[in-house]
Design a protein around this ligand. Structure first.
Ligand code: FMN
Length: 344
């Protein structure tokens, strides 16, 4: 008699990953543990995969290079596209920057969204027929002495060009991974793909990531996990920047930004809208010149129930006073009625 697959038959999964320096591999096995060692989930380096046919779902993981998954990931999706469209898919990335309210401004490019799940925008645009059930962007690890010559040079150049500066300057090991995001991702795969309960004591698997390496070999005083705060206010020659978080949802925050824009005479021009963030240019003509405040509001799986908002102006200090005042007013509107969350 031919066996009939019961509705409750265990789904068969494949997790493929592409990693240059190893951190994506650590995360891959961490995710496997969260999903459950009793689950049928093969973990394979991308080069080992010859077919995806036997699997019900495929998790595609990569490190980030120049704001995208590695080229092998694009090739993998292209080669197996016909099969992948029939399956449930999840994408995850490890990367240098976790902050999905981040806008990168480097010479020769329009300021644009970077970090975390923003790096999965390009591959989803290239392969719109593949609709992932879950996506994650976790942060990662950069071990400076391990980088090959060209990569070390690329990182050095970026550090020089980025108008807001870079967090890894002077560090041997730059850590940015947010463990709660890996855990939320693993639990989303459990609930949304496998129909399981979320793993409650999910923190028990952090040992997959916590190696004994010091945070910085050059300066032992530096902690392994530099705690980049959620709340930041910066005023330098290059930037006026405010980042904070409020108790709200994305729709509520967008409504508040529209109230502020109308009060202050700014036009909000949408640059990008996703299920987890929205990026606006708030534009106003001041002394016959169009001036822009870059605003991003984002929800993050590591901080459920709250919205993170960043406001930036890259105008020079002598002309940006009206923009600084407008940012102050936006903060007032966003933070009113006890919405502002202090700390971190
Ligand atoms: C040459 C190079 C380019 C990178 N480009 C980016 C980038 O555009 N955005 C980002 O957030 N992280 C970037 N990173 C950081 C890596 O994605 C991060 O260190 C990741 O944890 C590396 O994963 P792996 O150890 O699996 O290779 C880059 C790293 C290198 C060496």
């Amino acid at each position: 008699m031919t066996p009939v697959a019961s509705e409750n038959a265990m789904k068969k999964g494949l997790l493929i990953y592409s990693s240059n320096y190893g951190s994506t591999a650590e995360v891959a096995y961490w995710i496997k543990a969260i999903i459950g060692l009793d689950q049928s989930l093969d973990v394979k380096k991308i080069e080992q995969v010859v077919t995806v046919a036997p699997y019900d779902y495929v998790i595609i993981g990569s490190s980030t290079k120049t704001e995208k998954p590695l080229p092998g990931i694009y090739k993998f999706v292209e080669v197996f596209k016909e099969e992948l469209v029939k399956k449930q898919i999840a994408y995850f990335l490890v990367c240098g920057d976790w902050d999905e309210t981040m806008v990168l401004n480097v010479p020769g490019k329009k300021p644009h969204l970077i970090a975390g799940r923003n790096y999965l925008y390009d591959i989803q645009k290239k392969f719109p027929e593949i609709k992932p059930t879950v996506i994650g962007g976790f942060g990662g690890r950069q071990v400076m002495p391990a980088l090959d010559g060209f990569d070390a040079f690329t990182i050095w150049i970026l550090e020089k060009l980025a108008k807001e500066g870079c967090g890894w300057v002077g560090l041997d090991i730059w850590e940015s991974l947010v463990p709660e995001r890996v855990e939320a991702f693993g639990n989303e795969v459990r609930t949304k793909i496998l129909g399981l309960e979320p793993l409650i004591d999910v923190e028990k698997y952090r040992s997959f990531w916590m190696s004994q390496q010091p945070g910085s070999l050059a300066d032992q005083a530096k902690q392994k996990y530099p705690f980049r705060p959620y709340t930041i206010k910066t005023s330098t020659a290059k930037i006026y920047f405010s980042r904070s978080r409020i108790k709200s949802n994305l729709d509520g925050t967008v409504a508040l930004l529209h109230v502020w824009a109308q009060q202050e005479g700014f036009e909000l021009r949408v640059q990008r809208e996703t299920f987890f963030n929205v990026y606006y240019h708030a534009v106003k003509t001041i002394e016959n010149k169009e001036k822009t405040i870059h605003i991003v509001a984002a929800v993050m799986t590591d901080d459920p129930g709250n919205v993170h908002v960043s406001l930036r102006s890259w105008e020079k200090p002598d002309v940006r006073k009206p923009l600084e005042e407008a940012i102050g007013k936006a903060e007032k509107v966003l933070w009113a009625d006890g919405r502002k969350i202090e700390g971190r």
